[in-house]
Design a protein around this ligand. Structure first.
Ligand SMILES: [Fe+2]
Ligand SMILES: [Fe+2]
Length: 396
């Protein structure tokens, strides 16, 4: 048994597929038949959770599940069947754009009247809705940029160098306290949320799981490297204006300085990342492998499709005064201090809140421009343009 405290507990099953996969990982039952995935709802809770659990073995795993289960051949066979069902649905449901130029151009067009999640949260979101949003997005942000790192060995030349430069920023530019996953955990702490990795998985509806599963699907398959780059481009292009709205939502509701800082940081960072991804990651990939253009387009459209489904779910719930979560936030157990990326505290060390305040002050002393000057993304400053506002609320 492996009960490392950083590994989350296995989630509660949501149907026969997820029940069988979790039982197998606990050593208490057989896997589902791969054929069973063929009739499941590709966007439903059961398939999405089963697939999420399979993928999570490639990230942090689960408490009590041996790490070598990651490469269990029978489990990989089941995962492949789940992936095939999900991937086929995405291919069938995202024929949005005829070509890559058209898809990229649409990302840069500002909707006349923004009605997306970030607009809602900016204009009228209440603190409880911001807490729910952060809990849901924590499924990605607590492993921010990890799914995209898998594409690096599948790229070379200009695309690889540019992708690595963006990832370097996402991973803190060599500073642990600036790793974006850490900044998001600080945001969650401001909102009074449990910051433990995977702690909000049971609360997340299928629409959220599908967004994160898509990243893992694209990242783990070399044949989908174009789709991964397209997905990444969509997120980076739309992130900066959405982050501005979310920072404003955090300010207006008094969520806290770390909550504001996470999105303020992304207003700056992603305006630059957008340029790097469009010009050098996509440009470099197309220069080497022009036949991947349809897959890049697919990655953009699949991201839009799944983010739209998530937005519809969240807005329908919130406008009706309902929670968007499957389990209430207060039901989450309190986070042990070691679960977040902090060292265990001693009597001589400051409290987590004091330490965060010190970290924020240190970060504030370095101006965004000075920070960029030390960073690879400074290379893109010369070509920086202000992106136009978008509906998508995702942040990279
Ligand atoms: Fe980021
Ligand atoms: Fe980014």
């Amino acid at each position: 048994m492996n009960d490392h405290p950083r590994e989350p507990r296995l989630p509660t099953a949501r149907g026969p597929l997820s029940a069988a996969v979790t039982a197998y990982l606990r050593g208490t039952g057989p896997l589902p038949r791969p054929a069973d995935a063929g009739t499941a709802d590709p966007y439903g809770d059961d398939l999405q959770l089963a697939l999420y659990v399979c993928y999570e073995l490639h990230y942090r795993g689960f408490a009590g599940v041996p790490p070598d289960t990651e490469w269990d051949p029978e489990l990989l066979r089941v995962r492949a069947a789940l992936e095939h069902r999900f991937h086929s649905a995405l291919r069938a449901d995202t024929p949005d754009h005829a070509g890559l130029d058209e898809a990229l151009a649409d990302l840069l067009v500002e909707p006349a009247d923004g009605t997306g999640v970030s607009h809602f949260l900016c204009d009228e979101g209440e603190l409880w809705q911001l807490r729910e949003y952060a809990a849901l997005r924590s499924l990605y942000h607590l492993k921010e940029a990890d799914p995209h790192a898998w594409v690096l060995p599948r790229l070379w030349g200009r695309a690889k160098a540019a992708m690595a430069a963006v990832e370097y920023d996402e991973f803190g530019g060599g500073r642990a306290e600036r790793v974006h996953a850490r900044l998001f955990a600080d945001l969650m702490a401001d909102l009074g949320l449990d910051t433990g990795y995977g702690r909000h998985l049971d609360a997340a509806p299928a629409e959220m799981l599908a967004v994160v599963n898509m990243m893992s699907l694209f990242g783990l398959h070399r044949e989908l490297r174009g789709a991964l780059v397209g997905h990444f481009a969509e997120v980076e292009i739309t992130s900066s204006p959405a982050s501005r709205r979310l920072a404003e939502a955090m300010r207006r509701t008094g969520a806290g300085p770390a909550a504001e800082f996470f999105y303020d940081e992304h207003v700056e960072a992603d305006a630059v990342h957008e340029q790097v991804v469009r010009h050098d990651v996509i440009g470099g990939l197309l220069a080497e492998e022009p036949e991947l253009a349809p897959d890049i387009t697919f990655g953009i459209d699949a991201t839009g499709h799944l983010e739209d489904r998530l937005a519809r779910r969240l807005l329908a719930d919130w406008r009706s005064g309902r929670s968007s979560l499957r389990t209430p936030l207060d039901a989450s157990p309190p986070a042990p201090e070691q679960e977040h990326e902090r060292s265990p505290r001693t009597a001589a060390e400051p409290s987590p809140r004091t330490a965060r305040a010190q970290s924020r002050r240190a970060a504030a002393e370095q101006s965004p421009r000075a920070a960029r000057a030390q960073s690879p993304r400074a290379a893109a400053e010369g070509s920086r343009q202000t992106p136009r506002e978008q509906e998508i609320s995702h942040t990279s």
